[in-house]
Design a protein around this ligand. Structure first.
Ligand code: SF4
Ligand code: SF4
Ligand code: FES
Length: 228
C-alpha cells in the first residue's frame, strides 16, 4: 500500500508518495526541475546532474540530484534558489559545449537560462546519460549495450564493438537518446557551433504566464512526463 508524506518544494507543501523521487514528485505537481538523464520508466542514476536542488536539513543546505533523492516526511527542497540556478546553468552550458548538435540539450540550456557558451565546443556523439543502456537492460532485459572504459575513455558500446545477434532491434536506445534530434536548422558546422536559442521565444511566452510549462520538446521522445 502506498504511503504518503508531506514535502515542501519551493515553499509549497505537497503530498508525495513516500519513496518516490523528488523529481517525479515535482513533475507530478507541475514544478519544472530541468533534467536530462531521467526517464519515467527507467531507474535513476544521477548522471547529468541537471536536476540539482537544495535539500535543507536543520537549516543546512545540501546540493543534491532530485532524481535520486527519495521523498520523506518533512523534507524541505528548494529548486529555485540563485545558487541552484547558477549551478544548473553551468551544467547546461557544459552540456551544450559537449553536444551542440542535440536539440534536446539546446532546449534544456535555454530552459536553464544559458545565454552564451564559454567553453570550447567538442561535438561529442554521446553525453553519457545512460538512457540507451538502461532502456536496453531494464525495458527489454536484452543487455546489448553497456558502458565501456573509464574516465575520458568512457563510452557506450556493444560487446566487442559490434551489434550482437540478440539485439532485438526495438529502437528504444535510439528513441530515448537526447542526441537523436538535431537543432531546427540542422547540424552545426565544425567551428560554427553556438547556442541556438530558437526556443527562447516559447520560454518567454510561457514565463509571462506563471505556472505554464513551456512544453520544451526535449527531443521527440524525451518529454518530461507531464504531457505524456
Ligand atoms: S535496439 Fe537493441 S541495443 Fe537498442 S534497446 Fe533495443 S535491444 Fe537494446
Ligand atoms: S548514446 Fe545517447 S542515450 Fe546513450 S548514453 Fe549516449 S547520449 Fe545517452
Ligand atoms: S535527471 Fe537527475 S541527474 Fe540527470
Amino acid at each position: 500500500m502506498l504511503q504518503y508524506v508531506n514535502v515542501s518544494i519551493n515553499g509549497a507543501i505537497i503530498r508525495a508518495v513516500k519513496g518516490n523521487s523528488i523529481l517525479d514528485t515535482a513533475i507530478e505537481y507541475g514544478i519544472c526541475i530541468p533534467h536530462l538523464c531521467h526517464s519515467r520508466n527507467l531507474s535513476d542514476i544521477g548522471a547529468c546532474r541537471l536536476c540539482v536542488v537544495e535539500h535543507i536539513v536543520n537549516g543546512r543546505s545540501n546540493i543534491t540530484t532530485s532524481c535520486t533523492l527519495k521523498a520523506e516526511e518533512g523534507m524541505v527542497i528548494r529548486a529555485d534558489t540563485e545558487r541552484v540556478k547558477k549551478l544548473r546553468r553551468n551544467i547546461a552550458e557544459l552540456l551544450v559545449a559537449q553536444a551542440p548538435n542535440s536539440r534536446a540539450i539546446q532546449d534544456m540550456a535555454v530552459r536553464c537560462g544559458v545565454k552564451e557558451v564559454r567553453y570550447p565546443f567538442r561535438n561529442d556523439d554521446c553525453v553519457l546519460c545512460g538512457r540507451c543502456v538502461r532502456a536496453c537492460n531494464e525495458l527489454w532485459k536484452v543487455h546489448a549495450r553497456g558502458f565501456v572504459g573509464r574516465g575520458k575513455e568512457r563510452h557506450v558500446d556493444f560487446p566487442f564493438g559490434k551489434r550482437p545477434d540478440f539485439c532485438i532491434q526495438c529502437g528504444a536506445c535510439i528513441q530515448l537518446c537526447p542526441m537523436t534530434i538535431v537543432p531546427c536548422d540542422g547540424p552545426m558546422k565544425s567551428g560554427e557551433e553556438r547556442l541556438c536559442g530558437k526556443c527562447e521565444a516559447q520560454l518567454m511566452i510561457s514565463e509571462d504566464m506563471p505556472g505554464n510549462c513551456t512544453w520544451c520538446k526535449l527531443g521527440e521522445s524525451i518529454a518530461c512526463g507531464r504531457y505524456v
